[in-house]
Design a protein around this ligand. Structure first.
Ligand code: ZN
Length: 248
């Protein structure tokens, strides 16, 4: 009983009431406080790396911190592998993260069933870099941090353009040509669309296209499209092929 009471007390201590204004403050102050809290929450990342106190362990990391490598494009041009997530945070200042999916998974032991959580996280810089990671752990939020870390390591570069024969404006708003991506049974083809079309795609895939900065696109899908993870990975595979020589 004593233990339970202590737990309840701790819970009450943690809870902060944002609906009430802080002591001796007017209504306008309250709005400012709420805004500040919202901004803090918006900035709060699943995987927050401390770049100032970062001690790089890999060769690439040391070069990045010394300033020998000046861009993420340089890393991709030289086919170097990113082994530290801080490298990505170093170059992309305002990185975007989204928790796409969380599910409870189970495995069987002699004593019975045990449960884990699986989280999928999408990251991007809003223009030309994307990453997707899947993390598993006993807790929901630790699995999300794992996924956010892995998403930084599985970074993908993409190319944009104006490939539509109806538009020919020359700005980067669609895919430069038809691309097909696949994982499992899912096939997705993205084809260029003229300005003002919008994203003609399913709700699952839309955040991926928004994170990559694509505004107009047409899409067709095949296979079992209700599997969320395969759909997202197929879309990223298609976008990755905008940089490939063989487009199959
Ligand atoms: Zn155009």
């Amino acid at each position: 009983m004593v233990f339970k009471q202590k737990m309840v007390m701790r819970k009450n201590q943690r809870r902060v009431d944002y609906s009430k204004p802080a002591n001796n403050s007017t209504i306008s102050d309250k709005e400012a406080i709420v805004d500040a809290v919202r901004k803090k929450r918006a900035k709060k990342l699943l995987f927050g790396s401390d770049i100032e106190n970062w001690n790089p362990t890999t060769e690439l990391g040391k070069k990045v911190k010394n300033g020998e490598i000046k861009d993420l494009n340089e890393i991709f041009d030289r086919n170097l592998k990113i082994m530290e997530p801080e490298i990505v945070d170093f170059f992309i200042k305002d990185i975007r993260e989204k928790l796409m999916d969380t599910t409870k998974t189970s495995y069987v032991r002699m004593a019975g069933r045990k449960y884990n959580y699986r989280a999928c996280v999408l990251i991007g810089d809003g223009s030309s870099f994307l990453g997707f990671g899947i993390g598993k752990d006993k807790d929901k939020w630790t699995s999300a941090t794992k996924a956010a870390r892995l998403a930084r390591l599985n970074l993908v570069r993409l190319k944009k353009g104006c490939g539509s024969w109806e538009c020919l404006c020359g700005t980067d708003h669609t895919v430069p040509f038809d691309v097909v991506g696949k994982t499992g049974s899912v096939r997705i083809t993205l084809s260029p669309a003229p300005l003002g079309t919008g994203l003609v795609a399913t709700e699952i895939v839309k955040p991926v296209l928004e994170f990559s900065g694509i505004k107009d696109v047409w899409s067709r899908t095949l296979g079992k499209t209700s599997t969320k993870i395969n759909m997202i990975q197929a879309c990223i595979d298609a976008l990755r092929k905008t940089y490939k020589k063989d487009r199959k």
